[in-house]
Design a protein around this ligand. Sequence first.
Ligand SMILES: [Zn+2]
Length: 223
Amino acid sequence: MLKKINTWQDAFDNDIDLWCYPKDKSADNILLVARFHGDEPEGEFCLRQMLEELQNVKISSPYNIYILPCLNPSGSKLKTRANGRGIDLNRNYPTENFAAISVNPHTKEMSSGEPGSEIETQIMMKIVQDYDIKRILSIHSDLYLIDYDGPAEILAKRFSDLCGYRLVDNIGYQTNGSFGTWAGVERKIPLITVETWHGESEQEMMKIWHELKPAIFDFCLLK
Ligand SMILES: [Zn+2]
Protein backbone atom coordinates (compact mmCIF):
# COMPACT_ATOMS: atom_id res chain seq x y z
CA MET A 1 0.00 0.00 0.00
CA LEU A 2 1.17 3.50 -0.86
CA LYS A 3 2.46 5.36 2.21
CA LYS A 4 4.08 8.67 3.04
CA ILE A 5 7.20 7.43 4.78
CA ASN A 6 9.15 10.58 5.55
CA THR A 7 8.78 14.36 5.69
CA TRP A 8 11.66 16.81 5.95
CA GLN A 9 11.59 20.60 6.29
CA ASP A 10 13.47 22.99 4.04
CA ALA A 11 15.11 26.24 5.28
CA PHE A 12 11.70 27.95 5.27
CA ASP A 13 9.82 25.18 7.12
CA ASN A 14 8.12 23.85 4.00
CA ASP A 15 7.52 20.09 3.96
CA ILE A 16 9.35 17.83 1.52
CA ASP A 17 7.48 14.52 1.41
CA LEU A 18 8.73 11.09 0.39
CA TRP A 19 6.24 8.37 -0.52
CA CYS A 20 6.77 4.66 -0.98
CA TYR A 21 4.83 2.02 -2.86
CA PRO A 22 6.46 -1.02 -1.30
CA LYS A 23 7.21 -4.46 -2.70
CA ASP A 24 9.21 -6.09 0.10
CA LYS A 25 12.42 -5.68 2.07
CA SER A 26 14.52 -7.79 -0.32
CA ALA A 27 13.44 -5.85 -3.42
CA ASP A 28 15.58 -3.14 -5.03
CA ASN A 29 14.59 0.49 -4.52
CA ILE A 30 13.89 2.94 -7.33
CA LEU A 31 13.16 6.65 -7.16
CA LEU A 32 10.92 9.08 -9.05
CA VAL A 33 11.62 12.74 -8.31
CA ALA A 34 10.44 16.10 -9.67
CA ARG A 35 10.48 19.86 -9.21
CA PHE A 36 14.16 20.56 -8.64
CA HIS A 37 13.18 23.88 -10.21
CA GLY A 38 10.25 25.78 -8.72
CA ASP A 39 9.13 27.20 -12.05
CA GLU A 40 8.67 23.70 -13.52
CA PRO A 41 5.35 22.39 -12.16
CA GLU A 42 4.82 19.75 -14.88
CA GLY A 43 6.85 16.98 -13.23
CA GLU A 44 5.26 17.46 -9.84
CA PHE A 45 1.83 17.35 -11.50
CA CYS A 46 2.74 14.01 -13.14
CA LEU A 47 4.07 12.47 -9.92
CA ARG A 48 0.97 13.56 -8.00
CA GLN A 49 -1.12 11.85 -10.68
CA MET A 50 1.12 8.80 -10.24
CA LEU A 51 0.48 8.85 -6.48
CA GLU A 52 -3.26 8.95 -7.14
CA GLU A 53 -2.98 6.00 -9.53
CA LEU A 54 -1.04 4.00 -6.97
CA GLN A 55 -3.69 4.73 -4.36
CA ASN A 56 -6.37 3.26 -6.59
CA VAL A 57 -4.68 0.62 -8.72
CA LYS A 58 -2.61 -2.34 -7.53
CA ILE A 59 0.52 -2.91 -9.61
CA SER A 60 3.03 -5.72 -9.25
CA SER A 61 6.34 -3.94 -9.57
CA PRO A 62 9.52 -5.86 -8.70
CA TYR A 63 10.69 -2.74 -6.82
CA ASN A 64 9.97 -0.59 -3.83
CA ILE A 65 8.99 2.62 -5.62
CA TYR A 66 10.00 5.84 -3.84
CA ILE A 67 8.31 9.04 -5.02
CA LEU A 68 9.32 12.61 -4.17
CA PRO A 69 6.95 14.94 -6.09
CA CYS A 70 8.43 18.27 -5.03
CA LEU A 71 12.05 18.80 -4.00
CA ASN A 72 11.84 22.59 -4.13
CA PRO A 73 8.75 23.85 -2.24
CA SER A 74 10.26 27.29 -1.51
CA GLY A 75 11.03 27.91 -5.20
CA SER A 76 7.61 26.53 -6.12
CA LYS A 77 5.89 29.12 -3.93
CA LEU A 78 8.00 31.87 -5.52
CA LYS A 79 7.69 30.30 -9.00
CA THR A 80 11.46 30.60 -9.41
CA ARG A 81 13.98 28.16 -10.82
CA ALA A 82 16.16 28.52 -7.69
CA ASN A 83 15.11 27.67 -4.14
CA GLY A 84 14.15 30.44 -1.69
CA ARG A 85 17.84 31.05 -0.97
CA GLY A 86 18.53 31.78 -4.64
CA ILE A 87 20.44 28.54 -5.34
CA ASP A 88 19.92 26.31 -8.40
CA LEU A 89 19.25 22.93 -6.76
CA ASN A 90 20.30 21.01 -9.85
CA ARG A 91 23.81 22.52 -9.70
CA ASN A 92 24.44 22.22 -5.96
CA TYR A 93 25.78 18.62 -5.80
CA PRO A 94 29.36 18.06 -4.58
CA THR A 95 30.59 16.64 -7.88
CA GLU A 96 34.06 16.82 -9.38
CA ASN A 97 32.84 19.40 -11.90
CA PHE A 98 31.04 21.64 -9.36
CA ALA A 99 31.02 25.33 -10.35
CA ALA A 100 29.93 28.18 -8.07
CA ILE A 101 28.10 29.96 -10.89
CA SER A 102 26.01 27.94 -13.31
CA VAL A 103 24.70 28.78 -16.74
CA ASN A 104 21.37 27.64 -18.15
CA PRO A 105 19.28 28.61 -21.18
CA HIS A 106 16.35 29.83 -19.07
CA THR A 107 17.75 32.38 -16.65
CA LYS A 108 21.41 32.53 -17.77
CA GLU A 109 23.73 32.83 -14.76
CA MET A 110 22.71 31.58 -11.34
CA SER A 111 24.40 30.71 -8.05
CA SER A 112 25.13 27.04 -7.29
CA GLY A 113 25.89 27.82 -3.62
CA GLU A 114 28.60 25.77 -1.94
CA PRO A 115 28.89 22.06 -2.86
CA GLY A 116 26.00 20.29 -1.11
CA SER A 117 25.09 23.42 0.88
CA GLU A 118 21.32 23.19 0.45
CA ILE A 119 19.03 21.13 2.68
CA GLU A 120 17.18 19.90 -0.41
CA THR A 121 20.45 18.53 -1.83
CA GLN A 122 21.33 16.87 1.48
CA ILE A 123 17.89 15.22 1.57
CA MET A 124 18.30 13.84 -1.97
CA MET A 125 21.79 12.49 -1.25
CA LYS A 126 20.54 10.88 1.96
CA ILE A 127 17.63 9.19 0.17
CA VAL A 128 19.84 7.83 -2.62
CA GLN A 129 22.44 6.55 -0.17
CA ASP A 130 20.24 5.33 2.72
CA TYR A 131 17.83 3.50 0.41
CA ASP A 132 20.57 2.32 -1.95
CA ILE A 133 18.54 3.55 -4.93
CA LYS A 134 19.13 1.47 -8.08
CA ARG A 135 17.30 3.46 -10.77
CA ILE A 136 16.15 7.09 -10.96
CA LEU A 137 13.62 9.03 -13.01
CA SER A 138 13.93 12.80 -12.65
CA ILE A 139 11.32 15.06 -14.28
CA HIS A 140 12.02 18.62 -15.44
CA SER A 141 10.58 20.95 -18.09
CA ASP A 142 10.41 22.36 -20.69
CA LEU A 143 13.00 21.27 -23.28
CA TYR A 144 10.76 18.41 -24.53
CA LEU A 145 13.33 15.61 -24.62
CA ILE A 146 14.78 12.62 -22.77
CA ASP A 147 18.34 12.75 -21.45
CA TYR A 148 20.24 10.26 -19.31
CA ASP A 149 23.28 9.88 -17.08
CA GLY A 150 25.22 6.81 -16.05
CA PRO A 151 24.45 3.34 -17.46
CA ALA A 152 20.93 4.22 -18.61
CA GLU A 153 21.13 4.28 -22.41
CA ILE A 154 18.91 1.24 -23.05
CA LEU A 155 16.44 2.29 -20.38
CA ALA A 156 16.29 5.83 -21.80
CA LYS A 157 15.81 4.56 -25.37
CA ARG A 158 12.91 2.43 -24.19
CA PHE A 159 11.39 5.37 -22.28
CA SER A 160 11.77 7.61 -25.34
CA ASP A 161 10.12 5.01 -27.62
CA LEU A 162 7.17 4.70 -25.24
CA CYS A 163 6.43 8.42 -24.84
CA GLY A 164 7.66 9.72 -28.20
CA TYR A 165 9.99 12.32 -26.70
CA ARG A 166 13.32 12.72 -28.55
CA LEU A 167 16.31 11.00 -26.90
CA VAL A 168 19.58 12.91 -26.56
CA ASP A 169 22.78 11.85 -24.80
CA ASN A 170 23.73 15.42 -24.02
CA ILE A 171 21.45 18.30 -23.16
CA GLY A 172 23.63 20.75 -25.07
CA TYR A 173 24.98 22.92 -22.24
CA GLN A 174 27.13 22.49 -19.11
CA THR A 175 25.38 21.09 -16.05
CA ASN A 176 28.16 21.24 -13.43
CA GLY A 177 27.14 19.92 -10.03
CA SER A 178 23.91 18.40 -11.34
CA PHE A 179 22.02 15.54 -9.72
CA GLY A 180 22.59 13.54 -12.94
CA THR A 181 26.34 13.95 -12.59
CA TRP A 182 26.34 13.11 -8.89
CA ALA A 183 24.06 10.05 -9.09
CA GLY A 184 24.41 8.87 -12.70
CA VAL A 185 27.95 9.71 -13.78
CA GLU A 186 29.79 9.49 -10.46
CA ARG A 187 27.74 6.76 -8.69
CA LYS A 188 26.76 4.81 -11.82
CA ILE A 189 23.08 4.74 -10.92
CA PRO A 190 21.03 4.59 -14.15
CA LEU A 191 19.26 7.95 -14.29
CA ILE A 192 16.76 9.20 -16.85
CA THR A 193 15.90 12.89 -17.02
CA VAL A 194 12.59 13.72 -18.66
CA GLU A 195 12.18 17.28 -19.89
CA THR A 196 8.48 17.74 -20.62
CA TRP A 197 7.14 20.43 -22.90
CA HIS A 198 5.74 23.56 -21.26
CA GLY A 199 2.27 22.97 -19.81
CA GLU A 200 0.40 26.28 -19.73
CA SER A 201 -2.72 24.98 -18.02
CA GLU A 202 -3.82 22.07 -15.89
CA GLN A 203 -5.38 20.61 -19.02
CA GLU A 204 -2.03 20.67 -20.80
CA MET A 205 -0.28 19.17 -17.80
CA MET A 206 -2.86 16.38 -17.82
CA LYS A 207 -1.98 15.80 -21.49
CA ILE A 208 1.70 15.56 -20.53
CA TRP A 209 0.86 13.04 -17.80
CA HIS A 210 -1.09 10.87 -20.25
CA GLU A 211 1.82 10.96 -22.70
CA LEU A 212 4.31 9.95 -20.05
CA LYS A 213 2.18 7.54 -18.04
CA PRO A 214 2.90 4.34 -20.06
CA ALA A 215 6.64 5.06 -19.99
CA ILE A 216 6.63 5.86 -16.25
CA PHE A 217 4.74 2.67 -15.45
CA ASP A 218 7.10 0.67 -17.69
CA PHE A 219 10.06 2.25 -15.84
CA CYS A 220 8.56 1.02 -12.56
CA LEU A 221 7.70 -2.48 -13.80
CA LEU A 222 10.68 -3.39 -15.98
CA LYS A 223 13.06 -5.91 -14.38
ZN1 LIG B 1 14.65 21.86 -14.44
